[in-house]
Design a protein around this ligand. Structure first.
Ligand code: CO
Length: 305
């Protein structure tokens, strides 16, 4: 990998890790989700990176995909199992990292340990040409040894410049028919999820996170107003996910505009991903770069790695 690009990935990683760890410290009873999300997002931009996606907070049986609206008044509660998923980029070179915190309790310590150890082992195995099914199988074994299930329909993913989900998927189970193997220079977000539930997620309500549909052309849109809105969103967010909150300074009636645009298929509104049997969910995630010998982790915090 070009050393300048590698440096950008590492800088994005250091900033994302710092924002993740500082954000995690602020997750306490009676603190609002909105406060933590705003803190983490400001932390990233103040350090000189850009937001690769809205900060995600997923509590208990919610596995992934949620960011609060500006009007959200939810607060954290003692005993909550909270996933904080953070994305930063420098010039399009993305770091994606997540951690799970159990608030004022150790009841699910082993659930947290399961996804943590699974991630550590997956990172040790990562190298050019490794079978992704072997990695998935190892993740599955570790999580099952702790007495939990891996979530089989959530996977890690490779990253490209300004692209959060590039070609490769990294499973948390041994699975057949996977395409591709990592090669030198690939950048991958590895993120095992462990659960006390059935091991599958289903779609719920809207996440307040959106993505512009890449396959569409402005010239095909007839309504001038809609065209204007869409070109504004494209300029602001390009190919990366964005939140309802981020639209507020740029759109009047953001609610109805976003609803109409997703109804027309111009943008995608991600659904919340809930554990099918309402099991609790833990997740840990790091971004890595595949090297000749193995991999480098870009998102280690000061006490990791
Ligand atoms: Co992530």
């Amino acid at each position: 990998m070009d050393p300048i690009i590698s440096e950008k990935y590492h800088t994005a990683g250091t900033i994302a890790a710092y924002a993740r760890d500082e954000g995690a410290k602020r997750i306490k009873p009676d603190v609002s989700l909105l406060e933590v999300v705003s803190f983490v997002e400001s932390c990233i931009t103040e350090k000189g990176a850009s937001l690769a996606f809205p900060v995600n907070i997923a509590i208990n049986d919610l596995a992934a995909h949620f960011t609060p609206k500006d009007t959200d008044d939810q607060v954290f509660q003692s005993g909550d199992v909270v996933k904080l998923d953070v994305g930063a980029h420098i010039d399009g070179y993305i770091a994606d990292t997540a951690v799970t915190i159990e608030i004022e309790s150790n009841r699910y310590e082993s659930l947290l340990k399961a996804s943590e150890e699974a991630l550590e082992k997956a990172i040790l195995l990562m190298k050019p040409g490794v079978s992704l099914s072997t990695i998935g199988g190892t993740v599955q074994d570790i999580i099952q040894r702790y007495g939990f299930k891996p979530i089989e329909n959530l996977t890690g993913h490779s990253l490209n410049r300004y692209t959060l989900h590039a070609g490769l998927s990294i499973p948390s189970v041994a699975s057949m028919g996977l395409r591709g193997r990592p090669k030198v220079g690939d950048v991958i977000a590895v993120e095992p999820f462990a659960t006390t539930g059935s091991g599958r997620v289903i779609s719920g309500n809207g996440s307040n996170i959106y993505l512009i549909n890449s396959g569409l052309h402005l010239r095909h849109i007839r309504d001038q107003r809609t065209k204007q809105y869409l070109s504004r969103l494209k300029k602001l967010f390009q190919t990366l996910p964005f939140s309802y909150r981020w639209c507020l300074p740029h759109l009047t009636n953001a609610d109805s505009v976003l609803q109409r645009m997703s109804h027309l298929g111009l943008i995608h509104h991600y659904p919340q991903l809930l554990e099918q049997n309402h099991g609790l969910v833990s997740q840990k995630e790091h971004t890595i770069i595949i090297t000749n010998e193995g991999c480098e982790v870009t998102t280690y915090g000061t006490n990791e790695g």
